[in-house]
Design a protein around this ligand. Structure first.
Ligand SMILES: Nc1ncnc2c1ncn2[C@@H]1O[C@H](COP(=O)(O)OP(=O)(O)OP(=O)(O)O)[C@@H](O)[C@H]1O
Length: 304
């Protein structure tokens, strides 16, 4: 499938969290994935892990171009439900590009062309009938730099649920705001200052506010693009603990440059190199007994 792209503005936080412009109003339709066999380009798609849970996101033969330049080459990957999957690899290898495919954030870049398939619960997210706004409420995103809206802490959480009609004003919304902040481990720190600007919080608190904002629209998948790289070690540890709690309810993909972080938070790890998925396995195996020479060279610090 070729993916025509809408020439819209740069990605906006609202768009990433299901509340922004840019989507169609068509309802998604069901549909079985193409009968593409699971012929992983790499050994170990995770599909052979007997203990693994169900597959939430299937990626099949995914290619992506920025204009004439191909940035992703034939990616095949099964992302397990309610697990954390880390994406690692040297700078420029395509980790963020790949992550942005999963909620179609790349649609916002005019030169992008995508082919192949990504199936969320067996439905092709690039099917023309898919409502992109709704997709982004199912697949939330947290960015490297905390990006709260220039609004109060309360409004940061309430904005998208209001737009999506998930909660009404008053007690119903108050409950949703509190629950989302609790799930993000921030409630106790902000309960008495909900009317203050989100930007008045520390960096680590702002990032947890952004996670609470993503959670508020009840996503099933959360994409995290180096969510702790702008934070100090204490705030990083808090985010990692939070990720560990969130995995009980959400499927999480996290891009990280920090291999210790991948080892701490992720059950599965995918190693990318020059736009290719070189290896995908459970994290422990990947770091102790990688199958591919390139993976070994990367994790032992020979390049990267
Ligand atoms: N908007 C864009 N337009 C054109 N090329 C892009 C764009 N975004 C990324 N690229 C290119 O695509 C390739 C993959 O970039 P990407 O940001 O996905 O890599 P990455 O692994 O996430 O890197 P990093 O770890 O440095 O963030 C790089 O060659 C990059 O220059």
């Amino acid at each position: 499938m070729q993916q025509p792209n809408s020439a819209t503005a740069q990605p906006e936080p609202e768009a990433a969290n299901g509340g922004g412009p840019g989507g169609t109003t068509d309802q998604p339709e069901g549909g079985k994935p193409r009968s593409t066999p699971v012929h992983a380009a790499v050994r170990g798609t995770g599909a052979d892990d007997a203990a693994a849970g169900p597959v939430k996101v299937e990626v099949r033969d995914l290619n992506l171009w920025y204009g004439e330049t191909q940035a992703l080459h034939g990616i095949n990957l099964d992302v397990r439900e309610r697990e954390v999957t880390a994406l690692i690899g040297p700078s420029g290898c395509g980790k963020s590009t790949f992550l942005r495919c999963i909620n179609r954030m790349n649609d916002l870049i005019p030169s992008v062309q995508v082919d192949g398939g990504i199936y969320l619960d067996s439905r092709d997210i690039y099917d023309p009938s898919v409502d992109v706004v709704q997709l982004r409420s199912r697949v939330g995103m947290v960015f490297q730099k905390p990006n709260p809206f220039p609004k109060s802490i309360y409004e940061n959480i309430a904005y998208a649920p209001r737009i999506h009609g998930i909660a009404k004003k008053g007690a119903e919304m108050d409950d949703l705001v509190e629950t989302s902040l609790r799930k993000a481990g921030l409630w106790k720190e902000v309960a008495d200052r909900l009317d203050q600007p989100g930007t008045s919080l520390s960096g680590g608190q702002q990032q947890r506010l952004c996670i609470a904002r993503a959670i508020a629209v009840s996503p099933e998948v959360i994409l995290m693009d180096e969510p702790a790289s702008a934070l100090d070690p204490v705030a990083t540890a808090t985010i990692e603990e939070l990720i560990d709690e969130l995995r009980q309810n959400y499927t999480i993909l996290i891009v990280t440059h920090n291999m210790q972080q991948a080892a701490r938070v992720a059950r599965y790890t995918a190693f990318f190199h020059m736009g290719e998925l070189i290896e995908y396995d459970d994290t422990e195996t990947m770091f102790t007994n990688p199958r591919e020479r390139k993976t070994e060279d990367y994790i032992t610090g020979r390049f990267g």
